[in-house]
Unconditional design. Structure first.
Lengths: 339, 305, 329
């Protein structure tokens, strides 16, 4: 499925995002690397605070100050975009990279009709006159499945339901035919019954347009249904990345295993849901060595001091010494942990 | 007590105070102005409103640092009656501060009381109090204060009015600023009223007054303090404005506003110091108080940052 | 929408009635209308006859009704101080106050809104911080002090602008205007700045904080993600949303200008209704005070209604309430 032998559409290399605060600098995204091929759907999962949304924001160049990219680079179709001047990056956003945010209720300007917001986006990026832009806006609304699109064009956001608004948001993201869409929790704020519709719509549109998607979510179910590959993030780092089927069926990182164990599977009776003890460390208290080590049941001495990079693990890549030839080192007792 | 100090010194409020130099300057300036003005009977070089001590030949002396005609006995110059400007300012500031604090207290007590009653009793009482508040809010405070002053003038004689002018003006300003407190307290009462611990207290038969004082008031201390600080600046301005308009404190008992009015009458002749120094004192005082109020608001409401 | 406006109208009438009650009590019970109308040597009998004739012995509600009927026709009786009809005194002076308030409003809007937008868009820039600091000083300076300082500087020291009065006015069918002569326009400058400065800082600070608030919203972030130009975002999306709350406050503040004008008019010896009111307070000229109160009440009610209508123009959520959610899924 994933066209891994084509040159990548998006390339993220050693990305670091920092937040300077009055109590020191927080490292919110630490040395994150991944690629997305044209037309591919990459799922990014993790708990809140794992750095997945910030990675998305860094890619579209909309980190909120004082957050900033401290190191690494982002390349789109081979062109470096993380250091572009604001005006250059603006022309990339919307045109080459679309974005969808979590809450459709607040993503649309309440004072402008959806038609006006569509037309304005289209005319910003495409050389169309008002009539042609309006025509395109109408086509987009039809394409995202808004009934009675002709007269809904002049309606205001408050006249649409949540699911309909998210459809409008998707239409807005697709306005200028972007190559990549960064979708940040696109269904979290919606009713469960509507989530599936929106995901199906997103998937269908992207397949038809050949648009790649970076799908940021904490919902493993959505990933399983939609993504080609998945990156699991933990405490600002990528813990594991690989084809979605492999990661789900045969997780390589203890954290991913725990994550999969906490999802109920239909048709699997009797099995107990497991959960990972403890919680993700705060950004100002990330442990030395592997960030997951305090919660890991398989750790060794090496995990306390040495930080694992991503390494080959089965069909995926995982940042865990279990997959290193030297292993996790000498075993440790529970009681020595806090020292 | 020592424990209290340690906790105070450790708090976020103190931290934000220390880290804002402007606020520290404003606090020091406010304290300094309060201290100097309240000590004025002891430290002022003259007693400017004792007619016996005035000498017309001292009249209209310019400040020492602008002209050779100046006299070190009157460092900021004198007015046409020969009154020392510096001493007048010290005494005037004291009056302005007294009126300011007193009217803030009047407004606060009235507002909190009406807010508690309005929120707790509800129904028609609430509706009446809040509609009065709405109507009053449509009129600028200064107009309300002027109106109250005008009514009192209509009811009593002129001489009598001069005697009680300070109480009239405190009442007038106090009555024109109660609405904000009442609304804040009422809102808080409405929130607390339905919480379980208040219901429980009611069930075990504690008196409503006790419940309100024990449980609701602590919750509104912060906002009320912010309103009070910002209102102190407004109250001082209102007093000065009323006195300037000639309906506040009489010239036998001059506040900063009265001094500015007296100076304004001779402004066209270019004797600027009679007006400018009291004006600058007034501006500095209000600015310092406003800076403190702004800081307090931000410190107690981190969301705004 | 009709229901909303009707409700607002009812509220307005209620406010006017409340103001009317206060005015009536002032008029009837604080001052004694008889004392004001007759000389010292009028006998008690004559006074009683007059009292009866004027209906002052009627029950209070009846008198209140008469008072309201008269007020609606602009009849407020005679001034205690000058024995002129109150309505004429007020009408003569109204143009001066309205023109002054109008110019001050223009000054406030033309400087306050752009300054607020600028400081809201670039809150960290040094010039924004400077404006913020200056605005705090502006809030701390009482209006009359600003006026005095302006007079001292521009009139007494530089002799550039007049310090009192309206200069030359032209009478157009009973409306005296400053706008048609150079001297009249010059005379407007200092009072307008004085009157407007406090509201200007207020509006600037309000626009700034609203702008900061709006710039943090999701739809602005989404507008950026759509690659819209800064101009479209700042002056289209952000400014329009900022205006919604600003309109209310601005409307009320500009209304307040008319009432606040009384301080400025005193400083500049501006012959408007505010100055008249101050003189009335000093002499406790109750009929004039009552009439002024009703006038200000009426102005506020009218301004409130206009503000509500502007709301409809700006915010579609109020207009299209009926069709909300009609789309379904």
């Amino acid at each position: 499925m994933a066209a891994t032998n084509n040159p990548p559409l998006l390339e993220v290399r050693n990305l670091r995002v920092e937040f300077p605060t009055r109590r020191g600098t927080l490292l919110a995204v630490d040395d994150v690397s991944f690629e997305i091929a044209p037309g591919e759907v990459l799922g990014v999962v993790g708990e809140s605070g794992a750095g997945k949304s910030l990675t998305g924001n860094a890619i579209i160049g909309l980190l909120e100050p004082p957050g900033r990219i401290a190191a690494g680079e982002v390349r789109l179709e081979g062109r470096r975009i993380d250091n572009l001047p604001y005006e250059e990056m603006r022309k990339v956003r919307g045109a080459r990279i679309g974005a969808i945010f979590q809450d459709p209720l607040t993503s649309l300007n309440p004072l402008y009709s959806v038609g006006r917001q569509l037309v304005e986006t289209i005319q910003t990026h495409l050389p169309l006159n008002a009539a042609a832009a309006r025509k395109r806006a109408l086509d987009l609304l039809k394409e995202v499945g808004i009934p009675g699109a002709e007269h809904r064009l002049d309606h205001y956001p408050h006249q649409f339901s949540g699911g309909m608004r998210q459809r409008v948001v998707i239409a807005l993201a697709l306005c200028a035919g972007p190559r990549l869409i960064v979708a940040d929790e696109p269904t979290t704020a919606l009713d469960v019954s509507i989530q599936a519709q929106i995901i199906a719509l997103l998937k269908r549109l992207c397949r038809e347009h050949g648009t790649a998607v970076m799908l940021v979510t904490h919902d493993m179910g959505v990933i399983a249904e939609t993504a080609d590959r998945v990156a699991v993030m933990y405490a600002g780092r990528v813990a594991e990345i690989g084809p979605v089927r492999d990661v789900i069926k045969n997780a390589q990182h203890p954290y991913t295993k725990g994550l999969m164990g906490s999802i109920p599977h239909l048709g699997e009776r009797g099995g107990r849901l497991t959960q990972i003890d403890g919680s993700m460390p705060r950004l100002n208290a990330i442990p030395k060595g592997c960030a997951f080590n305090p919660r890991c049941t398989l750790r060794g001495q090496r995990c306390l001091v040495e930080r694992p990079e991503l390494m080959a693990a089965g069909a995926s890549r995982a940042a865990c010494w279990l997959h290193d030839s030297r292993g996790v080192g000498a075993p440790i007792g529970k009681e020595t942990v806090d020292a | 007590m020592a424990d209290w100090f340690r906790r105070a010194a450790d708090s976020d409020i103190w931290w934000s105070f220390k880290s804002s130099p402007l606020t520290v300057v404003a606090a020091v300036a406010t304290l300094l102005i309060i201290l100097v003005s309240f000590l004025s009977p002891l430290i002022a070089p003259h007693t400017p409103f004792d007619p016996g001590s005035l000498n017309l030949s001292d009249g209209l002396k310019p400040p020492v640092f602008v002209s050779d005609e100046g006299d070190w006995t009157f460092p900021l110059g004198t007015d046409d009656q020969g009154r020392d400007i510096l001493s007048s300012i010290m005494y005037g500031t004291r009056l302005s501060l007294v009126v300011g604090f007193a009217s803030v207290i009047v407004a606060m007590v009235l507002g909190i009381a009406l807010g508690l009653v309005s929120g707790y009793v509800g129904g028609a009482v609430d509706a009446v109090i809040m509609r009065i508040a709405d109507v009053q809010l449509t009129f600028p405070a200064i107009l309300v204060a002027l109106l109250i002053d005008g009514i009192v003038r209509g009811l009593i004689s002129v001489q009598r009015h001069d005697e009680i002018a300070i109480y009239v003006i405190v009442g007038a300003i106090g009555l024109s600023f109660w609405v904000q407190y009442a609304r804040t307290v009422r809102g808080s009462v409405l929130v607390e009223k339905n919480k379980e611990y208040v219901q429980a207290a009611r069930v075990i038969g504690l008196s409503p007054v006790l419940i309100m004082v024990r449980h609701v008031l602590p919750n509104v201390t912060g906002p009320v303090l912010v309103i009070a600080t910002l209102n102190l600046g407004l109250a001082i301005i209102s007093e000065a404005t009323l006195s300037f308009l000639g309906v506040g404190l009489p010239s036998t008992q001059p506040s900063l506003g009265t001094l500015i009015r007296l100076g304004n009458e001779v402004l066209q002749s270019g004797d600027w110091w009679i007006t400018v120094f009291p004006g600058a004192t007034l501006a500095a005082l209000v600015l310092a108080v406003n800076l403190l109020g702004d800081w307090l608001r931000d410190a107690l409401n981190p969301k705004l940052r | 929408m009709l229901a909303f406006i009707l409700r607002r109208l009812v509220q307005s009438v209620a406010v006017l009635l409340a103001v009317g009650v206060v005015s009536f009590f002032l008029f009837r019970y604080v001052g004694d209308p008889i004392n004001a109308m007759v000389g010292q040597d009028t006998s008690q009998q004559e006074r009683d006859a007059l009292r009866e004739k004027l209906g002052l012995n009627d029950p209070a509600p009846v008198q209140f009704f008469h008072f309201l009927v008269n007020a609606a026709q602009g009849k407020f009786g005679l001034s205690y101080r000058t024995s002129e009809p109150v309505s004429r005194m007020i009408l003569e002076r109204l143009p001066a106050t309205l023109e002054l308030s109008f110019c001050a409003s223009l000054f406030v809007l033309f400087f306050g809104v752009p300054m607020g937008v600028y400081t809201g868009l670039y809150p960290r820039h040094w010039s924004s911080r400077l404006l913020q600091a200056v605005s705090l000083i502006g809030v701390s300076l009482p209006t009359f002090l600003i006026g005095i300082l302006l007079i001292l500087f521009f009139s007494v020291m530089l002799h550039w602008l007049p310090s009192f009065g309206r200069g030359e006015t032209v009478d157009i069918g009973g409306w005296t205007t400053n706008f048609l002569t150079r001297k009249g326009l010059e005379a407007l400058i200092l009072p307008s700045i004085t009157l407007g400065l406090f509201q200007l800082t207020l509006i600037m600070r309000l626009v700034r904080s609203e702008m900061l608030e709006v710039m943090r919203t999701d739809y602005i972030k989404f507008a950026r993600a759509r690659g819209l130009t800064n101009r479209a975002i700042n002056f289209g999306h952000a400014l329009k949303n900022t205006l919604v709350p600003v309109i209310t406050v601005a409307g009320l503040q500009l209304g307040a200008l008319i009432a606040f004008a009384l301080v400025t008019e005193t400083v500049f010896a501006w012959p408007g209704v505010g100055q008249l009111f101050i003189q009335s307070v000093q002499f406790s000229d109750i009929p004039v005070m009552a009439a002024y109160l009703m006038l200000i009440g009426l102005l506020f009610v009218v301004i409130n209604l206009v503000v509500d209508l502007l709301y409809f123009a700006v915010d579609p959520r109020l207009r299209g309430g009926g069709t909300a959610r009609a789309g379904g899924h």
